[in-house]
Design a protein around this ligand. Structure first.
Ligand SMILES: [Zn+2]
Length: 226
């Protein structure tokens, strides 16, 4: 859970942290999955009826199963919203992802893979693949969670969260309703906004996608309920 004291501390550090753009100590874990190597090692003992194509498929990027999973996700043709049931979500997500994305949990600070990483590319909803942020807008907040100063316009749903004795703005994927984290107005960049997102709620896909030229938003307060 996010405590106000920690956030204040994080805000104080954020200005310094914002300059720490060379933040790739743990990015290798992400990049390991990127380029497929063409070294296909034969298995001498195993009788393989269909060796070559299967092996080639297996060495494709680790993102491929994820992309395929997202592609198959059922969507309401009218609303554009994902229509999976909770049982189906439970089957698709890891227990920890389910706890965070579907039960509004929070990962421990500094425990996620993405809190102190950088680099260009896309950050998509780990549940449905919705494009939420780009690497252009990520900064290291030192609060222990990945932070962004703006989001792709329309990708996020905002709701007032009054749990844990605080009033915060919860952020959710606008396509599947998955819980992402919260958004605060203590960001160190020009927008003054800090999207504080669980690493497990998003997936980083390295690439050249840039938010420059795309419509973005930096919303702090949830719109009033109708
Ligand atoms: Zn989603």
């Amino acid at each position: 859970m996010i405590r106000p004291v920690m956030l204040t501390f994080a805000a104080a550090l954020a200005t310094v942290a914002g300059s720490l753009s060379a933040c790739s100590p743990r990015s290798s874990t992400v990049e390991q999955a990127a380029p497929p190597t063409s070294t296909s090692t034969p298995t001498p003992t195993a009788p393989a009826p269909t060796p070559a194509p299967a092996a080639a498929q297996a060495t494709e990027t680790a993102m491929d199963p994820l992309l395929a999973q997202w592609k198959d996700i059922p969507v309401d043709p009218v609303t554009g919203m994902v229509t999976l049931t909770e049982v189906q979500w439970q089957q698709r997500l890891t227990p920890e992802q389910y706890r965070i994305l579907r039960q509004k949990g929070t990962e421990r600070p500094y425990s996620g893979k993405l809190w102190n990483t950088g680099g260009p590319g896309e950050y998509r909803c780990a549940a449905c693949g919705n494009l939420l942020f780009t690497g252009d807008d990520k900064f290291i907040s030192e609060c222990g969670w990945p932070a962004f100063d703006k989001a792709i316009k329309g990708s996020i749903r905002y709701e007032t969260d009054r749990s844990h004795g605080m009033i915060r703005t919860e952020t959710m994927c606008n396509r599947c309703g998955g819980h992402l984290g919260h958004v605060f107005e203590d960001g160190p960049t020009q927008t003054g906004t800090r999207y504080c997102i669980n690493s497990l709620s998003i997936v980083y896909i390295p690439g050249t996608t840039s938010s420059k030229g795309m419509e973005t938003e930096a919303i702090v307060e949830a719109p009033p309920k109708k």
